[in-house]
Write a protein that binds this ligand. Structure first.
Ligand code: ADP
Ligand code: MG
Length: 478
């Protein structure tokens, strides 16, 4: 079989760090970074006798994630101990969920190349994060427990993903979603979003799953794509040689673009799961669910569909939906303007987004051009008071000087020349020095009108009202 006769099957386990103030079972700060081992307490250090107390905010965030993905939320769920031994895990076990996770089922919806994709979820469960081992080049290793006990949601997908690109887009959709929900910053660089990728291949048309490998240490969108692509190629190569894929956990090495065996696959019984005796079951009742449901924002997919309904292209809709603040900004500008959604979208995408380093700051109070100010400018352009070119200049000054469009136009008379006499003089000059073009236009080459309009705009420094220019030129050229 050639490598085209195989299809890839991928399931992701995504870990989302919840942005709570304190840890999931104790009082120290859950903030990223800080001086090593400052955000610690007896519970997250696993000191004898210390007892965990569940952070209600963390559960509420997980509930919101469950609702947003259409998962079933268990009215009663339970924590379980998952045992393994590693220096970053001081208790000797992780407090996770096993046979009674908070959420089951659900789906993540996203778009790839204009197509709507859906990846089903097996479950979303809660757990505490481990600390971090730091291996010094000198050969000494350190452990930082600041991260130990930070709340995590693990989202386990069904093996519904078929390519590395799809996997990266799925993960991006999760990042967008958790940012919309305000439950995590979803930063892969800082580890608040991480994932393990399970990869197998099978002959096309086959419905049985092949043997999978699990890839660890994937900490950027580029790594997700590279690691999976590399693993698919590796497995195809093995199969092509008639060798079997070995079920194992492999470590991705982004510096060399290769993966290596880390350990043979562990089974659930290796973890000696049992119910966590120090925590009572968690009860999420209807009142809680109703409040969480009511507090959900408009979600990315719904917003995308609404923007398409406003007449935006799929590509523009994707840009405006990518961060909640971009869509909010667009909606506010739209509400304040008379112009069509498509026009507002162009200004937001080409002018506003081009000027911000992080689009999440767009709805901050100190954004230089707030949505209503953009609306005012766009309307001036649509009314013909400003040409598109002048409008852009005015926008640049609004951004730099923090002034309103009306103010700049009134104070410095940058508005368009609408004086027919002035425009007619410019039109005559252009027509007189272009006899060839005039002849060709009159012989039927209607496209040449653009040539004349362009030259009149040059003559007037871009300030002539294009409507009037067109009228006068048609008259002169008739
Ligand atoms: P394990 O028992 O090895 O932890 P699970 O059944 O819990 O495996 O699945 C873990 C992840 O691996 C899930 O995201 C699942 O979709 C994915 N997965 C399971 N089997 C396969 C396979 N054959 N190929 C690709 N992904 C798989
Ligand atoms: Mg598993």
């Amino acid at each position: 079989m050639s490598s085209h006769d195989y299809e890839a099957v991928i399931g992701l386990e995504a870990h989302v760090q919840l942005g709570t103030v304190t840890k999931i079972f104790s009082i120290s700060s859950a903030a990223f970074g800080g001086e090593p081992n400052r955000h610690t307490d007896p519970v997250c250090l696993g000191l004898p006798g210390a007892l965990p107390v569940l952070n209600r905010r963390a559960v509420d965030m997980a509930v919101r994630l469950g609702l947003a993905t259409g998962s079933r939320i268990r009215s009663r769920c339970r924590f379980a101990r998952k045992h393994y031994f590693y220096p970053d895990l001081p208790k000797g076990f992780q407090i996770s969920q096993y046979d009674e996770p908070l959420c089951e089922g659900g789906v993540v919806t996203f778009r790839l190349d204009g197509e709507v994709k859906q990846v089903r979820l097996v479950r979303i469960h809660m757990e505490d994060d481990a600390g971090k081992n730091i291996h010094d080049p000198s050969g000494v290793s350190f452990v930082d427990y600041n991260r130990a006990g930070v709340p995590l949601c693990e989202m386990v997908s069904e093996p519904d993903i078929r390519s590395a690109d799809e996997a990266a887009e799925y993960l991006r959709a999760i990042r967008t979603l958790v940012r919309y929900l305000g439950i995590s910053d979803g930063n892969m660089e800082e580890g608040s979003l991480r994932c393990d990728a399970n990869v197998s291949i099978r002959p096309r048309g086959e419905s049985k799953l092949g043997t999978k490998t699990e890839l660890k240490n994937i900490n950027s969108f580029k790594n997700v794509r590279d690691a999976i692509e590399h693993e698919i190629a590796r497995q195809k190569l093995l199969c092509g040689r008639g060798e079997a894929v070995v079920q194992e956990t492999r470590l991705w090495d982004p510096d060399h673009g290769i993966s290596a065996t880390m350990r043979s696959k562990e089974e659930a019984h290796d973890y000696r799961y049992f119910p966590e005796p120090d925590l009572p079951p968690v009860v999420v009742d209807e009142t809680w669910l109703a409040a969480a449901r009511a507090a959900l924002p408009e979600l990315p997919e719904a917003r995308h569909a609404r923007f398409l309904g406003l007449g935006l292209s799929a590509q523009d809709a994707s840009v405006l939906v990518a961060e909640r603040q971009i869509g909010d900004y667009f909606d506010q500008a739209l509400a304040a303007a008379r112009a069509l959604p498509k026009k507002i979208a162009n200004w937001v995408i080409n002018e506003v987004l081009a000027r911000v380093a992080d689009a999440r700051q767009l709805t901050d109070e100190d954004v230089p051009v707030p949505p209503a100010a953009l609306a005012e400018l766009v309307d001036l352009v649509e009314k013909g008071t400003l040409s598109g070119k002048l409008g852009k200049e005015v926008f640049g000054r609004m951004w730099q000087e923090r002034r309103r469009a009306g103010d700049i136009v009134a104070a410095e008379s940058v508005s368009l020349v609408s004086d027919s006499a002035v425009i007619e003089a410019a039109c005559r000059r252009v027509v007189e020095r272009s006899p060839d073009e005039v002849a060709r236009f009159r012989a039927g080459n209607a496209k040449l009108l653009g040539f004349f309009v362009g030259n009149v705009m040059k003559e007037t420094g871009g300030k002539a009202n294009p409507k009037i220019v067109n009228e006068i030129l048609r008259k002169l050229l008739a």
